[in-house]
Design a protein around this ligand. Structure first.
Ligand code: PGA
Length: 248
């Protein structure tokens, strides 16, 4: 049985005080949902601060450095080791905002994931097509190629979660139809089976992300191959985030 995961991607938002308040709000209701793995991914500026509070809800980062080194002359970077030291157990990798704005390729994402796995930091690896690619009928090809290129050989059902996030659905209020989501999730699972075997594919969680809200969460989360959600905007509002968790 794959445990449903609801992960909040706070992106580049919140001051210290706001971040702590949000983390405490999420922790105030999290224990009411023992069947859901809840994860908060604050910006790097807040990971250590929230980590120090030793709250029960798991903590993740939104990225890690590409170098496999834990420490060294890499100005501006934070290594997998450092993120783990702050209390994070997960890191998001290959989010479309990083692929688009920081030119992250599948090879870079795969290297980062390998760095994380090396020190037992778990990964949420994001894939997703642009609107242009979907309209050209290439969504499945693009997404399955990203899975192939972004998951290193160290990927297992325990250390890796895939997030399918159509680029055009992120922060736009638009979502694919349920049939489209089901089709892509199924194709991702088949690709994982091709690459890592059926057992890994059946155990690996595949989240949907892109404009998930309390009002659409129930239908999306009811789909067979959808094992949770990666939530951006709605994760900044504790009641909306709770509404999504309640839809599991
Ligand atoms: P959104 O973002 O929920 O605001 O669409 C999702 C994401 O980018 O992870």
């Amino acid at each position: 049985m794959r445990k449903i995961m609801i992960a909040g991607n706070w992106k580049m938002n919140l001051t210290k005080a706001e971040g702590i308040a949000l983390a405490e709000a999420v922790n105030s209701y999290a224990s009411s949902f023992p069947n859901v793995e809840i994860l908060m991914c604050p910006p790097m500026s807040l990971v250590g601060l929230i980590g120090q509070k030793n709250l029960p809800v798991a903590l993740g980062a939104q990225d890690i450095a590409e170098t496999p080194k834990s420490f060294g002359a890499f100005t501006g970077d934070v290594s997998a080791e450092m993120v783990k030291d702050l209390g994070a157990t997960y890191t998001i990798l290959g989010h479309s905002e990083r692929r688009a704005m920081h030119h992250e390729t599948d090879a870079i994402v795969s290297q980062k994931a390998s760095n994380a796995h090396q020190i037992s930091l778990k990964t949420i690896i994001c894939v997703g097509e642009t609107l242009e690619e979907r309209e050209a009928g290439k969504a499945l090809e693009i997404v399955t190629n990203q899975v192939k290129g972004s998951l290193p050989t160290s990927s297992t059902a325990e250390n890796t979660v895939i997030a399918y996030e159509p680029v055009w659905a992120i922060g736009t209020g638009k979502i694919p139809t349920l049939d489209e989501i089901a089709e892509v999730h199924h194709a991702i699972r088949e690709k994982v089976a091709d690459l890592f075997g059926q057992e890994t594919a059946q155990g690996m969680r595949i989240l949907y992300g892109g404009s998930v809200k309390p009002s659409n969460a129930k239908d999306i989360l009811a789909l067979e191959d959808v094992d949770g959600a990666l939530v951006g905007g709605a994760s900044l509002k504790p009641d909306d985030f709770k509404g999504i968790i309640s839809a599991v």
